[in-house]
Design a protein around this ligand. Structure first.
Ligand SMILES: C[S@@+](CC[C@H](N)C(=O)[O-])C[C@H]1O[C@@H](n2cnc3c(N)ncnc32)[C@H](O)[C@@H]1O
Length: 249
């Protein structure tokens, strides 16, 4: 029993090293390729690291245009793992236009997987996102990407609760004009798999919003009269001059 446990661990470690080696080669080729490309970063990113018809492609195109080729201080919760490889996208942006990326993940594996593949402008940290957002490391962010606690569509409330905790944690740090991009927060049922739609409808009836990482943030925003400036599968908010929440609980 103990032997097979040790063997499993060893095989996993070898597998991870092989993935890292392959990704180092892939990212060297990618950085060369985008250097000579006249396509947008989002087009290159989704073609190479994801799929061009990915549900989040439009949101990344939008945030790229909002960033406008200017340096940005980007904060991300949930480092590239099983998502859209977002950390690589932010890193490519700051490599090209300047700024910094701070990404946090509660597990150490995403950071290991990105070993030797991000620039010195990108800082990968390990810890809880809510604590990280409240820490002194997060200072004057211009872009905040919230993508940590995975949505379990059959039990979506915990992800929404965590999303709101993250939002409240970073709220005091946000300057007017900065953007908060929250992943997995669908605007319509069409973005939710058919198998989860009945439950999502029930959630909508009970909570007044569809389930997702940003569901409780949306409920709080309703109290402040702020609407997302972009909302499809994910949503983007722009920090107003003043948040005016009637009830901040
Ligand atoms: C959806 S994945 C992130 C995907 C990544 N943003 C991308 O697009 O490639 C979610 C990540 O959040 C991390 N996570 C879950 N709960 C967390 C927490 N409380 N604090 C920080 N990270 C957390 C998980 O370990 C996982 O790696």
């Amino acid at each position: 029993m103990e032997k097979s446990g040790k063997r499993g661990k060893l095989l996993n470690a070898i597998r991870l090293e092989l993935i890292i080696a392959r990704n180092i080669l892939k990212s060297l080729y990618y950085n060369l390729r985008i250097h000579f490309s006249n396509k947008s970063l989002s087009e290159n990113h989704f073609n190479y690291w994801s799929e061009p018809d990915h549900v989040n492609f439009a949101a990344f195109q939008k945030i790229e245009s909002l960033m406008g080729g200017k340096p940005q201080v980007i904060i991300e919760t949930g480092t590239s793992a099983w998502g859209t490889e977002s950390t690589r996208f932010w890193d490519a942006y700051v490599r090209k236009y300047g700024g910094e990326v701070w990404s946090v993940d509660i597990r150490s594996e995403p950071k290991k997987r990105l070993k030797f593949q991000t620039s010195r402008r990108t800082h990968l940290t390990i810890g809880d996102s809510v604590e990280f957002l409240a820490s002194d490391t997060v200072e004057n962010p211009t872009i905040v990407f919230l993508d940590s606690w995975d949505v379990d569509w059959s039990n979506p409330k915990p992800a929404a609760v965590h999303g709101l905790k993250e939002f409240k944690s970073v709220l005091p740090k946000l300057q007017a004009g900065s953007y908060i991009f929250i992943d997995d927060s669908p605007s319509t049922l069409d973005y939710i798999a058919a198998i989860n739609q009945d439950q999502a409808n029930e959630y909508l009836r009970e909570e007044g919003v569809l389930p997702g990482k940003g569901a409780d943030v949306l409920k709080m925003l309703e109290k402040g009269g702020v609407e997302p400036i972009f909302h499809k599968y994910s949503m983007i908010l722009e920090t107003p001059d003043k948040w005016e929440f009637k009830d901040h609980s």
